[in-house]
Design a protein. Sequence first.
Length: 186
Amino acid sequence: MVKLGKTIPAGDLFELDAASSIPVWLQLKNRFIYLITSGFYLPGDQLPTVRGLAAEVEVNYNTVSKVYQSLEEDGYIVSKRRLGAFVADVSDKPGVDASVTAEIVTAEYIQRCSELGLSLEDIDAQFTASLVAAKAKRDRGARSAGNSKSEGAGNDPQEARRGRLVKFPEPAAADATDERSLGNGA
């Protein structure tokens, strides 16, 4: 598959998880919707053939055909007989914007974390830790862009630990009450 002057194997674009509770055809459809709404595929771009994609991602031809039919029914692609499938202009499609794509990605993230055995509270904590780390990285990049010296995690052991989720044992209820009553009035 060629995109932006580079050859990107479909296997890299469409990572499917056969062990997931989300059906393979739906994983594939959601990934296409993400690639279309995020701007990776632009209106008029030709999609891989059904047979070609099925072979590259190692799924049944009928599965890919079902995905293409569903995408066409939803208005994301247009099939032209003997020419192939092309991305439709979805810019004026109601509900198609970055928030829809983010909702799809977030739902998949929650589903995958749940399949790993994480509770919703654990998923929230992990996401928050990752978000804090991403913000810190962005801020470090903005600061280093203004400085001639480069500061990185390799030089500062404290930097290397930032963003990791660390679980501390919760204090017993009695200990927490005692600490609060002895505190500084906060």
